[in-house]
Design a protein around this ligand. Structure first.
Ligand SMILES: [Zn+2]
Length: 594
């Protein structure tokens, strides 16, 4: 939020978070940090901490955290610009009279404008490709097969990115400065530094922000190319967690009908909209985020979640429920029969059948109870598991009367004596206030020691963080780790040469990762050294080689078992790879924090 060089940035540099927070919370010095009773949840022992060196706050109990502006925004319920002014006043920093524009801000604005324009041109280019080239017409055939007609393709701006690798680049490059090409997310660079099209041989779905400007693309592979879906990376005009697909076209209907249908993918959103339910939005690949819910809440508080019925979809549904409930949304859940997603259901059963089920979608608690009832309810432990599955959702209902009503429903449905259930809800609630015990369950010790140290080193390793970031990035060592996202944003920040600021980076993260980042940032220990960094990297490299070795070993075994003709050369390749990995792993493990 506080862009480099802006007034907000200057205020942030000069303000002292301890002094500002101290006006609201009685803080006590504790080691390097300050602690106090959290103003955002009720507690008797302090779990709220403020870091003076890193200028952020974090509550180990409820997870509230951020920089000085976030704190004032939350405490005084102010929008960002007002919070900046309030902090400036508290700290005696002169407030500029008019809206001040520094040269950097102007430059950034110009760049954003170019990138938006570039996306508009790219979208038109992709549409042209779909309609006029042989390759594009083949893609069109594929879309027709999936039930999209020409009218729908035009309506949703669907296009095609050709396979050549330079088609878009050639039409665009003359008109824009190199730095705009670089940051647009539309192009990648090869090893010799030459640009090429990021999207190749893909059906292209333009993704617009809520005011209708195209800010990104989702590309679906034709055939079996991987990945199946490729999205634009985050750019100056695109933050994935802030965008809902189709919101720009859904606004009117959302206001009029006062409910939203929330689906997973573009094809789902398009199908539902074509079925006449234009108040549909898609979270698009990510699990739902808090900013997305806040965005949606500007139009309606009533939401019907209709994710895929597979396991991933169920998990995504449950995760979305938590966020939606916390934001006070009124939620219903539609789980389509026959394991169908909205797109395939509408194609096989028709729009009327879909609309009917949508109207009958049960409130989320009924959905959750029916999920809980699928657990083994014949034993006491089974019932306890079911109650524990439901409890976190019940506790997130902000309204007490509603909460109590649901407790009655749950008791009836699960055949539990109501007083017993209420007692355990009360107990869970009071333990939640104590919080300390619940912490490891909530966040766990996510990430193994080497990962955690690397995160801390990227934050604190003043002299070597950019080198460390480069090493991690070059080998993609963070992939697949529990702290993958946290390392990713840190590496990105370090690589761009900025000093990573935990509070700012946290805003781009989802709840679990946000907590992880804050908690690691509060960890202390010996000051990091490059030697330690190297040994942590070695730990990750070894872990990866070990994983690959076990995969290779399995492949060798299954190949040897099959022993078909032609397996010889593949077997030889695998055996050689196995030798290679063994050699890598052979040197004794270094002294490391794992
Ligand atoms: Zn708290």
């Amino acid at each position: 939020m506080a862009e480099a060089g802006s007034f907000a940035d200057r205020v942030k540099q000069q303000a002292d978070i301890v002094r500002v927070v101290g006006e609201y919370v009685r803080l006590k010095k504790s080691g390097l940090n300050f602690t106090g009773l959290c103003p955002f949840h009720s507690e008797k022992t302090p779990s709220f901490s403020v870091s003076q060196t890193k200028q952020f706050y974090y509550c180990f109990g409820c997870g509230a955290g951020g920089d000085v502006f976030k704190f004032v925004m939350e405490m005084d319920k102010l929008p960002f610009p007002e919070a900046v002014r309030a902090v400036a006043e508290k700290c005696g920093i002169a407030i500029p009279r008019a809206k001040e524009r520094t040269p950097e801000e102007r430059k950034e604005n110009q760049q954003r404008t170019s990138i938006v324009e570039m996306h508009r041109e790219a979208a038109a280019f992709f549409v042209l490709q779909l309609n006029t080239t042989p390759e594009g017409r083949a893609a069109k055939g594929y879309l027709l097969d999936r039930g999209l007609d020409a009218e729908a393709m035009a309506r949703f701006g669907i296009g095609f990115a050709p396979s050549g690798g330079e088609a878009l680049l050639r039409t665009i490059r003359q008109k824009y400065p190199e730095n705009a090409l670089e940051t647009s997310g539309l192009f990648s660079r090869d090893q010799s530094g030459r640009f090429y099209d990021r999207f190749r041989r893909r059906v292209m779905f333009p993704i617009a922000n809520d005011s209708g400007k195209i800010v990104a693309f989702g590309g679906r592979a034709l055939g079996d190319d991987l990945p199946k879906y490729l999205n634009s990376p985050e750019t100056p005009i695109y933050t994935k967690s802030n965008i809902l697909y189709h919101l720009d076209r859904a606004k009117e209907a959302l206001r009029q009908r006062d409910f939203a249908v929330l689906v997973e993918g573009y094809m789902d959103a398009i199908s539902v909209a074509r079925a006449g339910i234009t108040n549909v939005v898609a979270s698009c690949g990510t699990s739902l985020t808090e900013p997305q819910v806040k965005l949606l809440n500007r139009f309606t508080h009533r939401i019907i979640v209709n994710y895929d019925p597979d396991t991933a979809g169920q998990t995504a549904t449950e995760r979305s429920l938590t966020i939606l409930l916390e934001q006070g949304a009124e939620v219903r859940v539609l789980a389509l029969p026959g394991g169908k997603d909205p797109d395939s259901f509408i194609r096989s059963e028709g729009a009327a059948a879909y609309t009917k089920l949508l109207n009958e979608a049960p409130p989320y608690v009924d959905y959750l109870i029916s999920r809980a009832r699928k657990m083994d309810m014949s034993t006491g432990e089974g019932k306890l598991r079911a109650v524990n599955f439901l409890m976190p959702y019940v506790q997130r209902i902000p309204d007490r009367i509603l909460r109590s009503e649901w407790a009655t429903r749950i008791a009836q449905q699960l055949r539990i004596e109501e007083p017993v259930l209420r007692e355990s809800i009360r107990k869970a609630a009071s333990e939640r206030r104590g919080e300390v015990k619940a912490r490891p369950e909530l966040v766990g010790r996510v990430g193994k020691p080497a990962e955690r140290r690397l995160v801390l080193m990227l934050i604190e390793g003043e002299e070597f963080r950019s080198r460390l970031a480069q090493d991690i990035r070059a080998e993609e060592l963070h992939r697949g780790l529990e702290s993958e996202r946290v390392l990713e944003v840190l590496v990105e920040a370090c690589a761009s040469g900025t000093r990573p600021d935990a509070a700012t980076l946290a805003m781009a993260l989802e709840e679990r990762d946000r907590r992880l980042l804050f908690e690691i940032a509060f960890e202390s220990g010996a000051p990091p050294t490059w030697e330690e960094a190297e040994s942590c990297l070695t730990v990750l490299r070894r872990r990866r080689a070990e994983e690959e070795l076990s995969v290779v070993q399995k492949e060798i075994e299954s190949l040897a078992a099959a022993a078909g003709a032609g397996a010889g050369s593949e077997l030889r390749r695998l055996l050689e790879r196995k030798q290679e990995l063994r050699r890598k792993l052979d040197p004794p493990a270094p002294q490391s924090p794992v």
